[in-house]
Design a protein around this ligand. Structure first.
Ligand code: PMP
Length: 442
Protein backbone atom coordinates (compact mmCIF):
# COMPACT_ATOMS: atom_id res chain seq x y z
CA UNK A 1 0.00 0.00 0.00
CA UNK A 2 1.29 3.43 -0.93
CA UNK A 3 1.78 5.49 2.20
CA UNK A 4 1.09 9.03 1.11
CA UNK A 5 0.66 11.50 3.93
CA UNK A 6 -2.96 12.32 4.52
CA UNK A 7 -3.86 15.52 2.73
CA UNK A 8 -6.91 17.32 4.00
CA UNK A 9 -7.94 20.29 1.88
CA UNK A 10 -8.83 23.34 3.94
CA UNK A 11 -11.59 24.52 1.68
CA UNK A 12 -14.19 22.21 0.19
CA UNK A 13 -16.30 25.02 -1.16
CA UNK A 14 -15.23 25.45 -4.77
CA UNK A 15 -15.78 21.90 -5.99
CA UNK A 16 -19.48 21.38 -6.84
CA UNK A 17 -19.60 17.61 -6.57
CA UNK A 18 -21.63 15.47 -9.01
CA UNK A 19 -24.57 13.34 -7.86
CA UNK A 20 -23.69 14.19 -4.25
CA UNK A 21 -25.53 15.79 -1.36
CA UNK A 22 -22.90 18.56 -1.32
CA UNK A 23 -23.95 20.29 1.91
CA UNK A 24 -24.13 17.05 3.88
CA UNK A 25 -20.89 15.73 2.42
CA UNK A 26 -18.96 18.87 3.23
CA UNK A 27 -20.05 18.64 6.88
CA UNK A 28 -18.47 15.20 7.14
CA UNK A 29 -16.30 14.53 4.09
CA UNK A 30 -15.16 11.06 3.11
CA UNK A 31 -11.85 11.13 1.24
CA UNK A 32 -9.72 8.51 -0.45
CA UNK A 33 -6.06 9.38 -0.94
CA UNK A 34 -4.65 6.19 -2.44
CA UNK A 35 -5.64 2.77 -3.69
CA UNK A 36 -4.11 -0.62 -4.45
CA UNK A 37 -5.78 -3.72 -5.89
CA UNK A 38 -8.95 -4.34 -3.82
CA UNK A 39 -8.51 -1.47 -1.36
CA UNK A 40 -8.70 2.26 -0.95
CA UNK A 41 -6.92 4.18 1.79
CA UNK A 42 -8.70 7.10 3.43
CA UNK A 43 -7.15 10.39 4.46
CA UNK A 44 -7.12 9.17 8.06
CA UNK A 45 -5.15 6.08 7.05
CA UNK A 46 -7.92 3.46 7.08
CA UNK A 47 -8.13 0.65 4.50
CA UNK A 48 -11.49 0.30 2.78
CA UNK A 49 -12.36 -2.80 0.76
CA UNK A 50 -13.79 -1.77 -2.61
CA UNK A 51 -17.01 -3.73 -3.20
CA UNK A 52 -18.07 -1.48 -6.08
CA UNK A 53 -15.02 -1.25 -8.40
CA UNK A 54 -15.10 2.50 -7.82
CA UNK A 55 -18.20 3.26 -9.88
CA UNK A 56 -18.45 -0.14 -11.62
CA UNK A 57 -15.26 0.60 -13.54
CA UNK A 58 -12.05 -0.57 -11.90
CA UNK A 59 -12.50 -4.15 -13.07
CA UNK A 60 -8.84 -5.20 -12.71
CA UNK A 61 -8.43 -3.56 -9.30
CA UNK A 62 -6.63 -0.37 -8.44
CA UNK A 63 -3.28 1.10 -9.47
CA UNK A 64 -2.20 -1.86 -11.57
CA UNK A 65 1.48 -1.22 -12.44
CA UNK A 66 1.14 -2.31 -16.08
CA UNK A 67 -1.57 0.28 -16.69
CA UNK A 68 0.16 3.01 -14.70
CA UNK A 69 3.43 2.45 -16.55
CA UNK A 70 1.73 2.44 -19.97
CA UNK A 71 0.16 5.80 -19.17
CA UNK A 72 3.47 7.25 -18.03
CA UNK A 73 5.29 5.98 -21.15
CA UNK A 74 2.63 7.29 -23.51
CA UNK A 75 2.42 10.68 -21.80
CA UNK A 76 6.16 11.12 -22.31
CA UNK A 77 6.06 9.98 -25.96
CA UNK A 78 2.93 11.38 -27.60
CA UNK A 79 0.66 13.22 -25.22
CA UNK A 80 -1.98 14.39 -27.66
CA UNK A 81 -2.66 14.39 -31.37
CA UNK A 82 -5.57 16.01 -33.17
CA UNK A 83 -8.50 13.64 -33.30
CA UNK A 84 -9.86 14.94 -36.60
CA UNK A 85 -8.17 14.36 -39.99
CA UNK A 86 -5.02 13.05 -38.24
CA UNK A 87 -4.21 9.67 -36.81
CA UNK A 88 -1.78 8.07 -34.41
CA UNK A 89 -1.00 4.34 -34.45
CA UNK A 90 -2.09 3.43 -30.95
CA UNK A 91 -5.72 4.43 -31.60
CA UNK A 92 -5.91 2.02 -34.54
CA UNK A 93 -4.10 -0.70 -32.60
CA UNK A 94 -6.52 -0.44 -29.67
CA UNK A 95 -9.60 -0.43 -31.92
CA UNK A 96 -8.41 -3.65 -33.62
CA UNK A 97 -7.82 -5.24 -30.23
CA UNK A 98 -11.25 -4.20 -29.01
CA UNK A 99 -12.89 -5.51 -32.18
CA UNK A 100 -11.12 -8.83 -31.63
CA UNK A 101 -12.87 -9.41 -28.29
CA UNK A 102 -16.22 -7.90 -29.31
CA UNK A 103 -19.31 -9.99 -30.00
CA UNK A 104 -19.27 -11.46 -33.49
CA UNK A 105 -19.52 -8.93 -36.29
CA UNK A 106 -19.16 -5.83 -34.09
CA UNK A 107 -15.91 -4.92 -35.70
CA UNK A 108 -15.84 -1.13 -35.77
CA UNK A 109 -15.19 1.17 -32.84
CA UNK A 110 -15.97 4.88 -32.35
CA UNK A 111 -14.14 6.45 -29.39
CA UNK A 112 -15.74 8.76 -26.83
CA UNK A 113 -14.72 9.94 -23.35
CA UNK A 114 -17.47 8.55 -21.14
CA UNK A 115 -20.54 6.41 -20.95
CA UNK A 116 -22.81 9.39 -21.48
CA UNK A 117 -20.96 10.32 -24.65
CA UNK A 118 -21.06 6.72 -25.85
CA UNK A 119 -24.84 6.79 -25.50
CA UNK A 120 -25.19 10.07 -27.40
CA UNK A 121 -22.90 8.71 -30.10
CA UNK A 122 -24.87 5.47 -30.40
CA UNK A 123 -28.20 7.30 -30.70
CA UNK A 124 -26.76 9.59 -33.36
CA UNK A 125 -25.25 6.67 -35.28
CA UNK A 126 -28.67 4.97 -35.24
CA UNK A 127 -30.46 8.04 -36.62
CA UNK A 128 -27.78 8.81 -39.19
CA UNK A 129 -27.61 5.16 -40.28
CA UNK A 130 -31.24 5.14 -41.32
CA UNK A 131 -30.74 8.45 -43.14
CA UNK A 132 -27.67 7.08 -44.90
CA UNK A 133 -29.82 4.19 -46.11
CA UNK A 134 -32.48 6.58 -47.38
CA UNK A 135 -34.83 5.69 -44.52
CA UNK A 136 -34.96 9.12 -42.86
CA UNK A 137 -38.48 8.71 -41.48
CA UNK A 138 -37.07 6.55 -38.70
CA UNK A 139 -36.52 9.20 -36.03
CA UNK A 140 -38.01 7.67 -32.88
CA UNK A 141 -35.83 6.32 -30.10
CA UNK A 142 -37.21 3.82 -27.60
CA UNK A 143 -35.73 3.53 -24.12
CA UNK A 144 -37.00 1.78 -21.02
CA UNK A 145 -38.38 2.74 -17.64
CA UNK A 146 -35.71 2.56 -14.94
CA UNK A 147 -33.04 2.74 -17.63
CA UNK A 148 -29.88 4.74 -16.95
CA UNK A 149 -27.98 5.95 -19.98
CA UNK A 150 -25.88 8.74 -18.55
CA UNK A 151 -26.73 12.37 -18.12
CA UNK A 152 -26.63 14.04 -21.51
CA UNK A 153 -29.86 15.07 -23.18
CA UNK A 154 -30.23 11.99 -25.38
CA UNK A 155 -29.37 9.72 -22.46
CA UNK A 156 -31.84 11.25 -20.01
CA UNK A 157 -34.52 11.29 -22.72
CA UNK A 158 -34.30 7.54 -23.37
CA UNK A 159 -33.51 6.91 -19.71
CA UNK A 160 -36.20 6.22 -17.18
CA UNK A 161 -35.21 7.92 -13.93
CA UNK A 162 -37.58 10.70 -13.00
CA UNK A 163 -35.12 12.65 -10.83
CA UNK A 164 -32.69 12.82 -13.74
CA UNK A 165 -35.38 14.04 -16.15
CA UNK A 166 -37.87 16.26 -14.41
CA UNK A 167 -35.76 19.44 -14.10
CA UNK A 168 -34.67 19.63 -17.70
CA UNK A 169 -37.57 20.66 -19.85
CA UNK A 170 -38.99 18.82 -22.81
CA UNK A 171 -35.96 16.62 -23.52
CA UNK A 172 -35.77 14.89 -26.92
CA UNK A 173 -39.02 14.53 -28.76
CA UNK A 174 -40.03 11.30 -30.47
CA UNK A 175 -39.01 9.12 -27.53
CA UNK A 176 -41.07 6.31 -26.03
CA UNK A 177 -40.32 3.81 -23.27
CA UNK A 178 -40.69 0.09 -22.73
CA UNK A 179 -41.81 -1.01 -19.27
CA UNK A 180 -39.04 -1.98 -16.84
CA UNK A 181 -38.57 -5.66 -16.09
CA UNK A 182 -38.63 -5.60 -12.31
CA UNK A 183 -41.43 -7.90 -11.09
CA UNK A 184 -40.87 -8.36 -7.35
CA UNK A 185 -44.21 -10.07 -6.86
CA UNK A 186 -42.96 -12.96 -9.08
CA UNK A 187 -39.20 -12.84 -9.01
CA UNK A 188 -37.96 -11.89 -5.54
CA UNK A 189 -34.82 -13.70 -4.37
CA UNK A 190 -34.25 -15.21 -7.83
CA UNK A 191 -30.74 -16.45 -8.38
CA UNK A 192 -29.61 -15.22 -11.80
CA UNK A 193 -32.20 -14.62 -14.51
CA UNK A 194 -35.81 -14.51 -13.32
CA UNK A 195 -38.34 -16.94 -14.80
CA UNK A 196 -41.19 -14.48 -15.22
CA UNK A 197 -41.40 -11.53 -17.57
CA UNK A 198 -40.14 -12.55 -21.01
CA UNK A 199 -43.36 -11.25 -22.53
CA UNK A 200 -42.61 -7.71 -21.29
CA UNK A 201 -40.62 -7.44 -24.53
CA UNK A 202 -43.92 -7.53 -26.40
CA UNK A 203 -44.51 -3.96 -25.29
CA UNK A 204 -42.29 -3.10 -28.25
CA UNK A 205 -44.96 -4.56 -30.55
CA UNK A 206 -47.50 -2.22 -28.93
CA UNK A 207 -45.20 0.74 -29.49
CA UNK A 208 -44.76 -0.32 -33.13
CA UNK A 209 -48.53 -0.55 -33.51
CA UNK A 210 -48.93 2.92 -32.03
CA UNK A 211 -46.22 4.73 -34.01
CA UNK A 212 -45.58 2.43 -36.99
CA UNK A 213 -42.24 0.70 -37.44
CA UNK A 214 -41.31 3.07 -40.26
CA UNK A 215 -40.86 5.86 -37.66
CA UNK A 216 -38.71 3.93 -35.18
CA UNK A 217 -34.91 4.10 -35.43
CA UNK A 218 -33.67 2.18 -32.42
CA UNK A 219 -34.33 0.61 -29.04
CA UNK A 220 -31.75 1.12 -26.30
CA UNK A 221 -31.58 -1.01 -23.15
CA UNK A 222 -29.01 -1.96 -20.58
CA UNK A 223 -28.84 -5.77 -20.77
CA UNK A 224 -28.74 -5.66 -16.95
CA UNK A 225 -29.96 -2.33 -15.59
CA UNK A 226 -27.21 -1.37 -13.15
CA UNK A 227 -27.66 2.07 -11.68
CA UNK A 228 -31.33 1.59 -10.86
CA UNK A 229 -30.61 -1.43 -8.73
CA UNK A 230 -29.32 -4.39 -10.73
CA UNK A 231 -32.48 -5.42 -12.58
CA UNK A 232 -31.75 -8.68 -14.34
CA UNK A 233 -33.67 -9.41 -17.55
CA UNK A 234 -36.19 -12.24 -17.38
CA UNK A 235 -35.17 -15.42 -19.21
CA UNK A 236 -35.71 -15.01 -22.96
CA UNK A 237 -36.55 -11.30 -22.74
CA UNK A 238 -33.54 -9.96 -24.64
CA UNK A 239 -33.85 -12.60 -27.39
CA UNK A 240 -37.49 -11.65 -27.82
CA UNK A 241 -36.59 -7.98 -28.02
CA UNK A 242 -33.97 -8.84 -30.66
CA UNK A 243 -36.55 -10.76 -32.71
CA UNK A 244 -39.09 -7.95 -32.61
CA UNK A 245 -36.43 -5.42 -33.64
CA UNK A 246 -35.39 -7.65 -36.54
CA UNK A 247 -38.96 -8.12 -37.66
CA UNK A 248 -39.46 -4.36 -37.93
CA UNK A 249 -36.03 -3.16 -39.09
CA UNK A 250 -35.35 -1.43 -35.74
CA UNK A 251 -31.77 -1.24 -34.47
CA UNK A 252 -31.04 -2.72 -31.05
CA UNK A 253 -28.53 -0.85 -28.89
CA UNK A 254 -27.11 -2.50 -25.77
CA UNK A 255 -25.76 -0.05 -23.24
CA UNK A 256 -22.90 -2.12 -21.84
CA UNK A 257 -21.21 0.67 -19.93
CA UNK A 258 -21.46 -1.46 -16.77
CA UNK A 259 -21.82 -4.97 -18.18
CA UNK A 260 -18.89 -4.69 -20.63
CA UNK A 261 -15.43 -6.08 -19.90
CA UNK A 262 -16.15 -9.13 -17.82
CA UNK A 263 -18.73 -7.99 -15.29
CA UNK A 264 -21.06 -10.92 -16.00
CA UNK A 265 -18.28 -13.49 -16.43
CA UNK A 266 -18.23 -13.07 -20.20
CA UNK A 267 -16.49 -10.29 -22.14
CA UNK A 268 -19.86 -8.58 -22.77
CA UNK A 269 -23.46 -9.14 -21.73
CA UNK A 270 -24.19 -9.83 -25.41
CA UNK A 271 -22.06 -12.97 -24.99
CA UNK A 272 -23.78 -13.92 -21.73
CA UNK A 273 -27.29 -13.67 -23.16
CA UNK A 274 -26.27 -14.83 -26.65
CA UNK A 275 -27.96 -11.82 -28.20
CA UNK A 276 -25.91 -9.59 -30.48
CA UNK A 277 -27.06 -5.98 -30.68
CA UNK A 278 -26.44 -3.70 -33.66
CA UNK A 279 -24.63 -1.08 -31.59
CA UNK A 280 -23.00 -1.47 -28.19
CA UNK A 281 -21.95 1.35 -25.88
CA UNK A 282 -19.07 0.90 -23.44
CA UNK A 283 -16.88 3.04 -21.16
CA UNK A 284 -15.67 2.48 -17.57
CA UNK A 285 -13.86 -0.90 -17.81
CA UNK A 286 -12.42 -0.03 -21.22
CA UNK A 287 -9.52 1.65 -19.42
CA UNK A 288 -10.12 0.05 -16.00
CA UNK A 289 -11.68 3.39 -15.07
CA UNK A 290 -8.25 4.98 -14.94
CA UNK A 291 -8.54 7.44 -17.84
CA UNK A 292 -11.91 8.73 -19.07
CA UNK A 293 -12.79 6.86 -22.24
CA UNK A 294 -15.72 5.25 -23.98
CA UNK A 295 -16.02 3.05 -27.04
CA UNK A 296 -19.07 2.46 -29.22
CA UNK A 297 -19.02 -0.81 -31.16
CA UNK A 298 -21.02 -1.13 -34.38
CA UNK A 299 -21.79 -3.94 -36.74
CA UNK A 300 -20.12 -4.00 -40.12
CA UNK A 301 -23.43 -3.35 -41.94
CA UNK A 302 -23.88 -0.12 -40.03
CA UNK A 303 -20.34 1.05 -40.65
CA UNK A 304 -20.66 0.08 -44.33
CA UNK A 305 -23.78 2.23 -44.73
CA UNK A 306 -21.71 5.30 -43.79
CA UNK A 307 -18.81 4.38 -46.06
CA UNK A 308 -20.93 4.21 -49.21
CA UNK A 309 -21.27 7.95 -49.89
CA UNK A 310 -18.91 10.08 -52.03
CA UNK A 311 -15.33 9.52 -50.91
CA UNK A 312 -14.37 13.12 -50.28
CA UNK A 313 -17.13 13.71 -47.70
CA UNK A 314 -16.74 13.26 -43.96
CA UNK A 315 -18.94 10.22 -43.30
CA UNK A 316 -20.27 11.12 -39.87
CA UNK A 317 -20.43 14.67 -38.52
CA UNK A 318 -19.63 13.76 -34.96
CA UNK A 319 -16.58 13.36 -32.71
CA UNK A 320 -14.74 14.70 -29.68
CA UNK A 321 -11.44 16.54 -29.23
CA UNK A 322 -10.33 13.60 -27.11
CA UNK A 323 -11.73 10.75 -29.24
CA UNK A 324 -9.00 8.09 -29.21
CA UNK A 325 -6.70 10.16 -27.00
CA UNK A 326 -3.25 8.49 -27.07
CA UNK A 327 -2.93 8.23 -23.30
CA UNK A 328 -6.42 6.75 -22.99
CA UNK A 329 -5.61 4.24 -25.75
CA UNK A 330 -2.36 3.28 -24.01
CA UNK A 331 -4.29 2.76 -20.78
CA UNK A 332 -6.88 0.76 -22.72
CA UNK A 333 -4.34 -1.56 -24.35
CA UNK A 334 -2.61 -2.20 -21.02
CA UNK A 335 -6.02 -2.80 -19.43
CA UNK A 336 -7.03 -5.29 -22.10
CA UNK A 337 -3.70 -7.11 -21.73
CA UNK A 338 -4.20 -7.25 -17.97
CA UNK A 339 -7.71 -8.66 -18.42
CA UNK A 340 -6.43 -11.25 -20.88
CA UNK A 341 -3.28 -12.26 -18.99
CA UNK A 342 -5.24 -12.75 -15.77
CA UNK A 343 -8.35 -14.27 -17.36
CA UNK A 344 -10.49 -11.49 -15.86
CA UNK A 345 -13.00 -11.30 -18.70
CA UNK A 346 -14.28 -14.73 -17.64
CA UNK A 347 -13.26 -14.84 -13.98
CA UNK A 348 -16.71 -13.65 -12.96
CA UNK A 349 -18.09 -16.97 -14.25
CA UNK A 350 -15.76 -18.90 -11.93
CA UNK A 351 -16.76 -16.79 -8.94
CA UNK A 352 -20.44 -16.45 -9.75
CA UNK A 353 -21.61 -19.41 -7.66
CA UNK A 354 -19.65 -18.41 -4.61
CA UNK A 355 -20.84 -14.84 -5.03
CA UNK A 356 -24.45 -15.95 -5.43
CA UNK A 357 -24.39 -18.19 -2.34
CA UNK A 358 -22.70 -15.50 -0.28
CA UNK A 359 -25.22 -12.82 -1.26
CA UNK A 360 -28.24 -15.07 -0.75
CA UNK A 361 -26.98 -15.96 2.73
CA UNK A 362 -28.29 -12.46 3.56
CA UNK A 363 -31.86 -13.57 2.85
CA UNK A 364 -32.79 -13.53 6.51
CA UNK A 365 -30.76 -10.46 7.41
CA UNK A 366 -32.69 -7.55 8.87
CA UNK A 367 -34.59 -5.24 6.47
CA UNK A 368 -33.85 -7.37 3.37
CA UNK A 369 -36.79 -7.75 0.95
CA UNK A 370 -34.99 -8.98 -2.17
CA UNK A 371 -31.61 -10.19 -3.39
CA UNK A 372 -30.56 -10.29 -7.05
CA UNK A 373 -27.34 -11.48 -8.64
CA UNK A 374 -25.71 -12.26 -11.98
CA UNK A 375 -22.01 -12.68 -12.78
CA UNK A 376 -20.16 -10.50 -10.30
CA UNK A 377 -22.98 -8.05 -9.73
CA UNK A 378 -25.45 -8.12 -6.91
CA UNK A 379 -28.19 -6.14 -5.26
CA UNK A 380 -29.68 -6.30 -1.80
CA UNK A 381 -32.94 -4.46 -1.62
CA UNK A 382 -34.05 -3.12 1.74
CA UNK A 383 -37.48 -2.32 2.98
CA UNK A 384 -37.70 1.48 2.83
CA UNK A 385 -37.95 3.28 6.17
CA UNK A 386 -41.49 4.57 6.70
CA UNK A 387 -41.76 8.08 5.27
CA UNK A 388 -38.01 8.28 4.56
CA UNK A 389 -37.16 6.43 1.36
CA UNK A 390 -33.44 5.91 0.67
CA UNK A 391 -32.44 6.72 4.27
CA UNK A 392 -31.99 3.14 5.46
CA UNK A 393 -29.69 2.14 2.60
CA UNK A 394 -27.69 5.35 2.85
CA UNK A 395 -27.22 4.78 6.57
CA UNK A 396 -25.98 1.28 5.73
CA UNK A 397 -23.54 2.81 3.24
CA UNK A 398 -22.15 5.21 5.87
CA UNK A 399 -21.82 2.47 8.49
CA UNK A 400 -20.19 0.05 6.05
CA UNK A 401 -17.69 2.75 5.13
CA UNK A 402 -16.86 3.20 8.82
CA UNK A 403 -16.38 -0.54 9.07
CA UNK A 404 -14.04 -0.56 6.08
CA UNK A 405 -16.18 -1.67 3.14
CA UNK A 406 -17.24 0.56 0.24
CA UNK A 407 -20.71 -0.34 -0.98
CA UNK A 408 -23.00 1.70 -3.22
CA UNK A 409 -26.63 2.50 -2.76
CA UNK A 410 -29.31 3.56 -5.16
CA UNK A 411 -32.65 4.29 -3.55
CA UNK A 412 -33.13 1.54 -0.97
CA UNK A 413 -30.93 -0.89 -2.85
CA UNK A 414 -27.36 -1.83 -2.02
CA UNK A 415 -25.55 -2.48 -5.32
CA UNK A 416 -22.33 -4.48 -5.37
CA UNK A 417 -19.78 -5.03 -8.15
CA UNK A 418 -16.32 -5.82 -6.76
CA UNK A 419 -13.21 -5.79 -8.94
CA UNK A 420 -12.92 -9.04 -10.89
CA UNK A 421 -9.75 -9.90 -8.91
CA UNK A 422 -11.80 -10.35 -5.72
CA UNK A 423 -11.04 -13.44 -3.59
CA UNK A 424 -13.46 -15.63 -1.63
CA UNK A 425 -12.38 -14.18 1.74
CA UNK A 426 -13.07 -10.68 0.47
CA UNK A 427 -16.53 -11.71 -0.70
CA UNK A 428 -17.12 -13.11 2.80
CA UNK A 429 -15.92 -9.87 4.34
CA UNK A 430 -18.29 -7.80 2.17
CA UNK A 431 -21.27 -9.98 3.05
CA UNK A 432 -20.41 -10.20 6.78
CA UNK A 433 -20.04 -6.43 6.93
CA UNK A 434 -23.44 -5.88 5.30
CA UNK A 435 -25.05 -8.41 7.66
CA UNK A 436 -23.66 -6.71 10.75
CA UNK A 437 -24.46 -3.23 9.49
CA UNK A 438 -28.08 -4.20 8.74
CA UNK A 439 -28.40 -5.70 12.20
CA UNK A 440 -27.29 -2.42 13.76
CA UNK A 441 -29.33 0.14 11.85
CA UNK A 442 -33.00 1.05 12.25
N1 PMP B 1 -24.81 4.03 -19.29
C1 PMP B 1 -24.83 3.19 -18.25
C2 PMP B 1 -25.52 1.87 -18.37
C3 PMP B 1 -24.20 3.54 -17.06
O1 PMP B 1 -24.24 2.71 -16.02
C4 PMP B 1 -23.53 4.77 -16.98
C5 PMP B 1 -22.81 5.21 -15.72
N2 PMP B 1 -23.05 4.53 -14.58
C6 PMP B 1 -23.56 5.62 -18.09
C7 PMP B 1 -24.20 5.22 -19.23
C8 PMP B 1 -22.91 6.97 -18.05
O2 PMP B 1 -21.53 6.86 -17.97
P1 PMP B 1 -20.65 8.14 -17.56
O3 PMP B 1 -20.94 8.42 -16.13
O4 PMP B 1 -19.25 7.65 -17.83
O5 PMP B 1 -21.04 9.24 -18.46
Amino acid sequence: MLNRPASKPNDLNAFWMPFTANRQFKQAPRMFVSAKDMHYTTDDGREVLDATSGLWCVNAGHCRPKITEAIQRQAAELDYAPAFQMGHPIAFEFASKLAAIAPQGMDHVFYTNSGSESVETALKIALAYHRAKGDGSRFRLIGRERGYHGVNFGGISVGGIVANRKMFGTLLTGVDHLPHTHLPEHNSFTRGEPETGEDLADALERIVTLHDASTIAAVIVEPVAGSTGVLIPPKGYLKRLRNICDKHGILLIFDEVITGFGRLGTPFAADYFDVIPDIMTTAKGVTNGVIPMGAVFVKKEIHDAFMKGPEHLIEFFHGYTYSGNPIACAAGIATLETYQEEGLLTRGAELAHYWEDALHSLKDARHVIDIRNIGLVGAIELEPMAGQPTKRAFTAFLKAFEEGVLIRTTGDIIALSPPLIVEHEQIDRIVDCIRSVLAEID
